[in-house]
Design a protein around this ligand. Structure first.
Ligand code: EPZ
Length: 429
């Protein structure tokens, strides 16, 4: 199994190309199930999760091809995928695939809408919390589907098709919004989704669905009005840049000091991060090409924040912010309101010398003067990358085990950081 070795102490300088967003690319790929024509997606990141979803969609009958690289093309450009679900050959999403990637549960909406029946495994346990799917199922029932739970599977059917409905989500859910929105595009009549997730990745998927012929109003707001259409057609869509990858590299630069331009990043997707970084003493400036991040000399200052649905501070940056604050001059408070168990990185950061106290959903990070390299491992993607951030300043060598978590969501992380001066290498085998 691959590991990452980091020898801390180098400042980061230069530029890093930001990839397409994983959390948009996955539902966009799933949206291909809604049409028998080809959906072309550009700027798709090369990630283990994308490869896994390719397998899952292939199982349903989606044909996929990837454009070869043009001569002279920049290695930073993402892949162009062509996905064609001409015929759905299997409406079952089995446990052994869904359990490997939760987002594959989102095939339920498109399969139900297009084929009128589907059988999708419940996703099962997860390292960051219980993560139920009740909101998804409530949405489908409101659209007129019959939902049964049997042997760990959701059996969903709507023999006469889905019918538009007024659905108020009691809690903001990114996945339930994606899933129910996709299904509603092919329902009869109008669907209103209230308290829908406003995450930019949801808006990106909605924009792609509109290109495919869907009728959606209110994109980017918490109320989506979807008028169902008979069929969707092919389209071409470019995946938006990854705001979580952007925020992660911003914190890496903040941690080491130096100056890096995050090329292709969109400042407007990270409004919640700018004030926190300013408070911490880190300069973040929007440029023509992306975002410039700089910290020169002065010690990091502590911050207080809590995670919230977009446009609040993202849970997917909580672990990275915590890693950063381990080196601040004082105590920071970080409250996790989205997932009940997303503090798995605390124990691992402690192995590097971090001092964090947990009290329910609140972490108090007592800044220390230095971290020291050690062997660490993490159980989820963002937790793993928080260890990379800490490792970049820890004295000596940090070895991060279970790199496959990183490969799920960060494209060529060792190359991107290495090109800016980090001493980081992948140990294979
Ligand atoms: C998406 O997960 C992201 N995944 C997660 O990113 C992200 O952390 C999360 O949204 C929150 O922003 C993808 O986009 C692929 P939710 P999702 O439904 O959709 C509760 C990463 O590291 N809930 O918005 O699964 C749930 O338990 C990943 O890239 C219910 O109670 O998250 C949680 O507390 C990890 N019932 C809250 O809502 C439901 O039916 C938000 O979850 C659904 C969710």
């Amino acid at each position: 199994m691959d590991r990452i070795k980091i020898t801390g102490g180098e400042r980061l300088n230069g530029s890093i190309a930001i990839s397409g967003a994983k959390n948009a690319a996955l539902p966009l790929m799933i949206a291909s199930l809604l049409s028998d024509e080809t959906l072309t997606l550009r700027n798709v990141p090369r990630l283990a999760d994308v490869a896994m979803l390719t397998r899952i969609l292939g199982n349903h009958g989606v044909d996929m091809s990837v454009d070869g690289k043009r001569a002279g093309a920049n290695g930073d450009d993402g892949d162009t995928l062509h996905l064609t679900a001409r015929t759905i050959v299997d409406t079952t999403a089995p446990y052994d695939l869904v359990s490997r990637m939760r987002a594959s549960f989102w095939v339920l909406g498109p399969l139900l809408a297009r084929c009128r029946e589907t059988k999708v495994s419940l996703p099962g346990g997860c390292a960051i919390g219980t993560r139920p799917v009740d909101l998804h199922l409530m949405g489908f029932e409101k659209l007129g589907a019959n939902i049964q739970l049997e042997d760990g599977y959701v059996l969903a059917s709507a023999p006469d098709g889905l019918t538009g409905a007024h659905i108020v989500f009691p809690k903001v859910s990114v996945g339930a919004t994606h899933n129910v929105m996709m299904a509603a595009t092919l329902a009869k009549g109008e669907t209103i989704l209230e308290n829908a997730a406003r995450e930019p990745e949801v808006a990106d998927v909605a924009a792609c669905l509109v290109k495919m012929g869907a009728d959606i109003e209110g994109i980017g707001t918490s109320t989506l009005r979807i008028r169902g259409v008979e069929r969707l057609h092919g389209a071409c869509h470019k995946v938006l840049p990854d705001r979580i990858e952007t925020g992660t590299y911003a914190m890496a630069v903040a941690m080491t000091g130096g100056e890096v331009e995050l090329v292709g990043a969109r400042a407007d997707l990270l409004d919640s991060l700018f004030p926190i970084m300013a408070q911490a003493g880190v300069e973040m400036t929007a440029t023509n090409q992306g975002i410039k991040v700089a910290r020169n000399g002065a010690r990091l200052q502590p911050v207080t924040t809590e995670t919230e649905p977009y446009p609040g501070f993202p849970t997917d940056l909580q672990a990275q912010l915590m890693a950063l604050m381990t080196m601040a001059d004082g105590d920071s408070e970080i409250t996790e309101t989205i997932f009940e168990n997303r503090f798995m990185h605390v124990q691992e950061l402690a192995r590097l010398g971090a001092d964090v106290t947990l009290d329910g959903d609140r972490a108090t990070v007592h800044g220390v003067d230095s971290l020291k390299g050690a062997q660490v491992m993490a159980t989820d993607l963002r937790a793993s990358v928080s260890l990379v951030i800490a490792g970049l300043v820890a004295e000596g060598d940090t070895i991060i085990n279970r790199v496959y978590h990183l490969d799920r969501g960060f494209e060529r992380i060792e190359k991107k950081l290495g090109a800016c001066g980090a001493r980081i290498e992948r140990l294979t085998g």
